[in-house]
Design a protein around this ligand. Structure first.
Ligand code: RB5
Length: 168
């Protein structure tokens, strides 16, 4: 029985609707618990609405990981990465999916429904789901990202440069 945090949330706008359906079918067939918060058709909607809901759930720790799909994946990733603790990755290849799990401990997969074909997209999904974070030296970079979680102002940028130089 999956815990609440194991449930994979998936969100989409009109441009991600068709690929979302393919993903829900795949995830259900592979016995993942899925919670679909996306729009239910191709009528024009606003992608930030879905990205905000899903990124908030990851950021608050209610869920461990989620998937967002719009036409390009770009808008969803821009919105999601504003949330503390969210590491949203726009992936267009299995290489990117593997690397972003191994190095960035990505917790949100973004995809472009009008960019990536269904079979490639399913391979990307599978790779992202099954690849573990490598930890080790990558923790240094993730900790630097955590320093940015409160947002950045211009005077703080110089301090951040110092932190980066110290973190080797
Ligand atoms: C909607 O037409 C499109 O702008 C949206 O799906 C997304 O690709 C934005 O980045």
């Amino acid at each position: 029985m999956p815990t609440q945090s194991d449930i994979i949330w998936i969100g989409n706008d009109h441009g991600g609707y068709d690929l979302k359906n393919e993903f829900v079918r795949y995830l259900t067939e592979h016995e993942y618990a899925v919670h679909d918060i996306g729009c239910a058709g191709t009528e024009i909607v606003r992608y930030p609405k879905y990205a905000i809901q899903l990124a908030e759930a990851v950021s608050s720790g209610r869920i461990r990981r989620g998937i967002l799909i719009c036409s390009t994946g770009i808008g969803m990733s821009i919105v999601a990465n504003r949330f503390k603790g969210v590491r949203a990755s726009l992936c267009t290849s299995t290489y990117l999916a593997r690397m972003t799990r191994e190095h960035n401990d990505s917790n949100l997969l973004c995809m472009g429904g009008r960019v990536t074909g269904v079979f490639e997209a399913l391979d990307i999904l599978e790779t992202w789901l099954h690849t573990a974070y490598q930890g080790g030296r990558h923790d240094i970079s993730l900790n630097l990202i955590r320093e940015l979680d409160g947002g950045i102002t211009i005077p703080e940028a110089a301090d951040l440069q110092n932190i980066c130089e110290r973190s080797v």
